[in-house]
Design a protein around this ligand. Structure first.
Ligand SMILES: *[C@@H]1O[C@H](CO)[C@@H](O)[C@H](O)[C@H]1NC(C)=O
Ligand SMILES: *[C@@H]1O[C@H](CO)[C@@H](O)[C@H](O)[C@H]1NC(C)=O
Ligand SMILES: *[C@@H]1O[C@H](CO)[C@@H](O)[C@H](O)[C@H]1NC(C)=O
Length: 468
């Protein structure tokens, strides 16, 4: 207990300070960074990487020793981190959570794949392969019904699994299928269901040379065309979560003909402008704080590996070692989405953990990180030389949001670390045909998994669907 309380205090103090003070607060900072470096280089990935040169090692050590300052800067920007265990009786909360979590570990759903889950809960299932114009093979899961087709698109490092992990009571795919909607769930290139390409392998760096720009520019249009070609409807209803909204905005602004193929876009936790993002993981990837990017890039690693020493160190710094901290930091999810627990179905956490994260390219994180610094929603910044070659201008072009004319319904929450309402309001002001619904207390993942998902989020979605 003492431990948790101390960590909370520490984080609150830490969050109000900048580098120098943060170093004073961590008197053992030298040991910490040395251990950090030792751990890093003992990773099999680093040990076995053939491309490591002494220069790279030297520069990585430089990056690593500046971690505490980088962290302080990260956390010092914007409002302080909310304390991890606010508004609750710590003792009761802790005991209950541990008991519920342990109970959840016995759930067989932990080890079932998405297709097994859908069949287990009594729904029909089809699996489709879609090929993109640039050669990626994507898997779509469908719960076929006769009603209008709904396209569900997942977020960063996630997959179609997101829409069934809530279980039959709360999973969006099930709730829509119950009402007769023809549910199609997409999978972006690079996640665990979409790791094939006509001639590239995931072991090739070139396979991972994409951000959410390519997901919006190639993957979404191919999947929408495929759906329309296999149903009797002329338009799809689009529901995206997080990066599933970012990629939609990319598509609908750069390929405006797809506005005509979408009757309604529902954006859960919409992410476009990143200025006020609180997630330390995304902030660390912003240029200038390019910790992970630098390290991974310098050894030629393009695939994002969430359980590496960087995220593990962040977890330890933010969560400590207690049982309860281990439960909430067993997965990078909360480091991305925020620590607000009121709507969490703790029993279901083991099921979620066993399906998330689902894989992504480093460039997806870096592109978000660039948005934090540029404060703009714009194409990938390759540096002036390549920008001139690719875009004809030194600064990457902004996405022309004004070209989106599909009706967009934005749903956001004040306790979301990624889709900060200030940024969502800014997005709102750029869209022509839009409405906004703001709630509080929901973190980024509550928009998928909250125990009251049905009464809060689905209720709203139902109202919106009636307008189509
Ligand atoms: C549409 O379906 C037909 C028949 O299955 C197929 O020949 C055609 O290639 C499909 N087009 C697209 C864009 O998927
Ligand atoms: C959308 O559809 C309308 C009516 O079918 C058509 O006039 C318009 O050109 C289309 N817009 C785009 C961008 O394809
Ligand atoms: C909470 O999680 C459990 C275990 O997965 C599940 O059986 C239950 O339906 C969930 N509760 C709600 C309200 O979704």
């Amino acid at each position: 207990m003492v431990n948790i309380a101390w960590i909370v205090v520490e984080i609150v103090i830490f969050s109000r300070c900048h580098g120098k003070v943060a170093d004073l607060l961590f008197p053992n900072i030298e040991d910490f960074t040395r251990n950090f470096a030792d751990n890093l280089f003992n990773q099999p990935l680093f040990r076995d990487a053939t491309k490591i040169s002494t220069d790279v090692l030297a520069s990585s050590v430089g990056v690593i020793t500046s971690l505490p300052i980088a962290l302080a800067r990260v956390i010092g920007v914007g409002p302080p981190l909310p304390s991890l265990f606010s508004n609750s009786n710590l003792v009761a909360l802790t005991d209950n959570i541990i008991a519920e979590y342990n109970y959840g570990l016995r759930n067989e759903d932990v080890s079932l794949t998405i297709d097994q889950l859908i069949l287990k809960y009594g729904y029909p299932l089809e699996e489709h392969q879609v090929i993109t114009d640039d050669g990626y093979l994507l898997t779509m899961f469908r719960i076929p019904k006769l009603g209008p087709p709904v396209f569900l698109m997942h977020g960063l490092a996630a997959s179609a699994d997101d829409f069934v992990l809530g279980g039959p009571e709360s999973g969006l795919a099930y709730l829509l299928a119950n009402e007769g909607y023809d549910v199609w769930m997409g999978n972006a290139r690079g996640n665990k269901h979409s790791r094939h390409h006509e001639y590239l392998q995931p072991s090739d760096g070139a396979f991972w040379d994409f951000s959410w720009h390519e997901i919006g520019y190639y993957d979404l249009p191919s999947m929408i065309d495929y759906m329309l070609n296999n149903t009797d409807y002329e338009k799809v209803i689009y529901i995206g979560h997080s990066q599933g909204t970012t990629s939609f905005f990319v598509m609908a602004s750069l390929k405006p003909e797809y506005n005509n193929k979408t009757s309604l876009m529902i954006a859960l936790s919409p992410v476009a402008f990143m200025t006020n993002v609180k997630s330390p993981l995304i902030r660390l990837l912003a240029p200038g704080n390019a910790l992970l990017h630098t390290i991974l890039h310098s050894i030629g690693m393009q695939e994002f590996l969430p359980d590496n020493v960087v995220t593990r160190t962040l977890k330890t710094l933010m969560c400590g070692h207690s049982t309860i901290a281990t439960i909430f930091c067993a997965n990078t999810m909360f480091l991305f989405g925020g620590f607000s627990f009121d709507h969490l179905n703790v029993t279901n956490l083991p099921v979620i953990y066993s399906h998330l994260p689902a894989g992504a390219a480093v460039k997806q994180f870096v592109h978000y990180g660039q948005g934090v610094v540029s404060t703009d929603f714009r194409q990938f910044d390759h540096g002036v030389v390549v920008n001139l070659e690719k875009y004809g201008v030194a600064v990457p072009p902004s996405y022309p949001l004004q070209r989106i004319d599909t009706h967009v319904s934005l749903l956001c929450s004040t306790d979301d670390w990624l889709a900060n309402p200030e940024d969502v309001h800014r997005l709102y002001s750029h869209l022509a045909n839009v409405d906004l619904y703001q709630i509080s207390e929901f973190n980024h993942f509550d928009f998928l998994f909250a125990k009251d998902f049905k009464t809060v989020i689905y209720n709203r979605i139902q109202k919106l669907l009636k307008t189509v």
